[in-house]
Design a protein around this ligand. Structure first.
Ligand code: GUN
Length: 169
């Protein structure tokens, strides 16, 4: 894919290509169609992130909640499907074949985090390996809800940056 093509293609094709930059949230790509053409990949990324920043807290929470837990129990036990991007990201962090005691630690942290904040823990799995993630959990559990909404969105922007670099090498 090229930026030149994305700048000129039909709107639905743009949304189909750029939509998956954000997990289960194509409304973000749809909101920037009218801002084309974008001068660079970075300009497109900035426009997408601005849509999220300008969205109300309700839609920001919906975006955060669209993310799967890392090392999700249901995914492992019931074979629930991850998006292709999520599978790749969790594999990059070394989360696909953990020992049982690490799986139990992720379960406890995921449960504690969701009980405290009401949304899943989001960290850019391609930028943070297993140990860094297990280190971040207890630290972020001490934050306020507002701090964690902001932190989750920053991580989602980083996830989106890497996905966009994959789309537009
Ligand atoms: N949930 C927590 N971190 C991540 C991530 O990096 N990617 C996805 N898809 N979901 C997550």
């Amino acid at each position: 894919m090229t930026l030149t093509h994305l700048n000129a293609c039909p709107a639905d094709e743009f949304v189909a290509a750029v939509g998956p930059i954000f997990e289960h949230s194509p409304w973000i790509a749809a909101a920037v169609v009218s801002q084309r053409p974008f001068a660079s990949r970075e300009a497109l990324h900035a426009a997408l992130c601005d849509v999220v920043r300008a969205a109300g807290e309700e839609r920001q929470l919906a975006l955060i909640r669209a993310h799967p837990d890392l090392v999700d129990r249901e995914v492992r036990q019931q074979g629930a499907r991850l998006t292709a991007e999520s599978s790749r990201e969790q594999a990059a962090a070394g989360l696909m074949d953990l020992a049982p005691d690490d799986i139990a630690r992720f379960d406890r942290y995921n449960t504690a985090y969701k009980a405290r904040f009401g949304f899943p823990f989001v960290i850019c799995a391609r930028r943070n390996k297993k140990e860094a993630i297990l280190h971040a959990f207890p630290e972020r559990l001490t934050h306020t809800r507002a701090e964690e909404i902001a932190a989750a969105l920053e991580q989602i922007f980083e996830i989106a940056r890497l996905r966009l670099e994959d789309l537009l090498p």
